[in-house]
Write a protein that binds this ligand. Sequence first.
Ligand SMILES: Nc1ncnc2c1ncn2[C@@H]1O[C@H](COP(=O)(O)OP(=O)(O)O)[C@@H](O)[C@H]1O
Ligand SMILES: [Mg+2]
Length: 358
Amino acid sequence: MDKNTAETLETYGKGITIGTLGSHSALNIFKGAKEEGLKTVCICKKEDQIVYSRFPLADEIILVNNFKELLDEKIQKKLKKMNTVLIPHGSFNAYIGTENMLKKLSVPMFGNKNLLHWETNREMQRKWLIDAGLKLPKVLKSPDEIKGLVIVKYPGAKGGKGYFLAHSKETFHKKGQEMIHNGHMSEDELKNAHIQEYIIGVNIYASYFHSVLNNETEFLGVDKRYESFADNIGRIPADEQIEMRINPTYTIVGNIPLTIRESLLPEYLRMGDRVVEQAKKIAKPGIIGPFCLETVVTEKPDIVTFEISARIVAGTNVGIGTSPYAYLKYGEKMYMGRRIAKEIKEALKSDKLRNVVT
Ligand SMILES: Nc1ncnc2c1ncn2[C@@H]1O[C@H](COP(=O)(O)OP(=O)(O)O)[C@@H](O)[C@H]1O
Ligand SMILES: [Mg+2]
């Protein structure tokens, strides 16, 4: 924890307010906080206010023109006055940026900000997962190495728009040139593109919660994503796909709840533990709270991890109320937003709030 945040925390009394940006998994977070009896504050864009008035879960709403205003001294001051603990989600990474969170934000945040920084850097993230002993898709150094299906990614391609698939060096160059021609990427971006083995299987997103207080990694839910339009390409006959030269895109539109076969659970549980152990080595004190392993399961079945989110993911929204795995552990009415609030409440009770925020 940096000095400013530590000093802020010193001023906090017992009445904590849970705060977050109004998007992504905010309703999940607010509902959980309310069910645990905590106050809530939403930093909200004017055009989105309808959500938080129709679902009245935020006790306070701070209106902003854009999310970056969270960094403004005036807004931070207001949040600190309410004893706010911020809960980071995907919109913090996308609109505030991890560099800003580390350097310009002194409102205490539940979780480990440093790991958000590892999450948002492709090389650092890869190292973390490999050193944790997880299976990852192979990365190719050059298009000359392409032997099977690959997915070509480059920085700045939001939601996979501009990613493309290729199965040979020839299709790589042909499609790459098309992408440049259509303005999806520059010559330079193609040269530095990240060429990754495409794993054929089904997507499984597993959500965990690492409790620092209990030193245990809980498995709280699984989902799959509904991505436009990768998930519906099969409705267009192959002839038309070829004629239209379709490239799948992966803009997330929603999430679908899942359970996985029980024989996959041992490996998912061990993977979660290993990621937690490795995180302690790379960024002390390691993972605090929620994280998600984004995997593809092959027909073997092998579990291949292509991404980690070091925070709550929107996929846990399918568990609002309850999810099968949260039910197995807690009975009814447990879900990620509430699990976060519960940990904060317990930390408060045992005077350990400083152990769960950065
Ligand atoms: N190696 C891979 N094999 C198969 N599918 C992949 C692979 N990498 C990514 N995908 C698919 O592409 C989507 C977007 O990739 P991802 O790396 O998660 O990009 P983003 O930066 O948009 O989150 C994923 O949700 C997944 O469906
Ligand atoms: Mg992703």
